[in-house]
Design a protein around this ligand. Structure first.
Ligand SMILES: [Ca+2]
Length: 365
């Protein structure tokens, strides 16, 4: 494993201890406050690291407790910034990475995480590109991906629910790509329902990727260093949930879905102009419904049981993951955890996409 840029030999006492700390946190400690403090402190340190495998024997948990105690009492974990140290660093004008946005958190906390990370990297919370597409900054964080065993609506391929860490902040389109935005880049509009502000649909995964490539090559975009892409499966769900652990980003009450989504019960069997319902806590529209959205991942039938960082899906496959449900979907098919798969050449009037690009800081890193 890699921590703070230092490689730890798998199976070494220190690696086991750090794994134990993480496992102890995930399996639940007796003291929630202690666990949250450990989460915040350790997450700051491993924000950009690769956690290869944390399926450790739970006996390692005691070592995690021991390390946490040592860390908190002595500040002995290399590079860990305590709250006092963070404050002192800020007074000196030195940058320290903010804590990860670890779900659950509410809308106010989501906004605070966005602002803290954007400030740290010297970027904007919301940006508008050269053809008018708005994208929201999504900070680094951690969430439970998938559905719990007790959710009767959940499909097997939404399980097991597992911890995912997003170590790299990114931008995500505030809305689905519209027909106007698609035509500006591609010169065509394949949509079944016509309207400049309607989401583009009847676009294959290959079309969406080609759109990202062509948009990235526009001179005005090249000068910014942005390389557009589709969000990963995990990035999409992290962005959709926006700190929530409920069926939908706003809660578990199905009757509220109509305030947030164009779906089977509200759509009148057609798409609707993007951005006309309520946003989630990150400021994203239509993550539930309107059109399904392509992700970059190949279809993964079952999730891993262990925690992972920045998963990108299988290396190969036959189907690409699509997310969020559409104007034709039931409420259950618009849940945050819902996933489906389509062949990369599939086109239908309920399937579109939204843009992502990886955040860069002021130095272009
Ligand atoms: Ca959607």
């Amino acid at each position: 494993m890699v921590l703070c840029g230092v490689h730890f030999r798998p199976g070494s006492p220190l690696a086991k201890t750090i794994h134990g700390l993480l496992t102890w946190r995930e399996t639940g400690g007796d003291n929630r406050g202690m666990r949250n403090l450990v989460t915040s402190t350790v997450s700051t340190q491993i924000g950009r690291s690769e956690i290869v495998n944390r399926s450790m024997n739970n006996r390692c948990g005691i070592w995690g407790v021991w390390l946490a105690a040592m860390m908190l009492c002595l500040g002995s974990l290399p590079g860990v910034a305590t709250a006092d140290e963070r404050e002192a660093a800020e007074e000196k004008g030195e940058a320290t990475a903010p804590p990860l946005a670890v779900a659950p958190f509410d809308a106010a906390a989501a906004k605070a995480h966005q602002e803290a990370w954007a400030k740290h990297l010297g970027v904007e919370v919301e940006t508008v590109n050269s053809i008018g597409i708005k994208l929201a900054f999504i900070p680094a964080g951690e969430f439970l991906m998938g559905s719990p065993d007790g959710d009767s609506d959940a499909r097997n391929h939404e399980k097991p629910q597992h911890t995912v860490r997003i170590t790299k902040p990114f931008y995500l389109g505030v809305t689905e790509v519209t027909q106007e935005q698609y035509e500006q880049v591609m010169g065509t509009n394949p949509s079944h329902f016509k309207g400049a502000q309607l989401p583009v649909e009847k676009v294959s995964w290959e079309d969406a990727v080609e759109y990202c490539r062509k948009l990235s090559e526009l001179p005005a975009e090249q000068s910014t260093g942005r390389v557009y892409r589709l969000p990963t499966d995990a990035e999409w769900e992290y962005a959709c949930r926006a700190g929530s652990r409920t069926k939908w980003s706003f809660g578990d009450t199905e009757s509220s879905l109509g305030e947030y989504a164009w779906y089977g019960d509200t759509s009148d069997n057609k798409t609707h102009p993007v951005g006309t319902k309520k946003t989630n806590a990150w400021g994203l529209y239509d993550m539930h419904g309107n059109v399904w959205e392509w992700s970059s991942d190949w279809w993964l039938r079952y999730y891993t049981t262990t925690a992972v960082s920045d998963p990108t899906g299988p290396a190969t496959g036959s189907y690409r993951v699509i997310r969020g449900g559409s104007w034709i979907s039931s409420a259950g098919r618009c849940r945050s955890a819902i996933r489906s798969g389509s062949t990369p050449d599939y086109r239908f009037s309920h399937l579109g996409f939204r843009l992502a690009f990886s955040s860069v800081d002021q130095s272009g890193q």
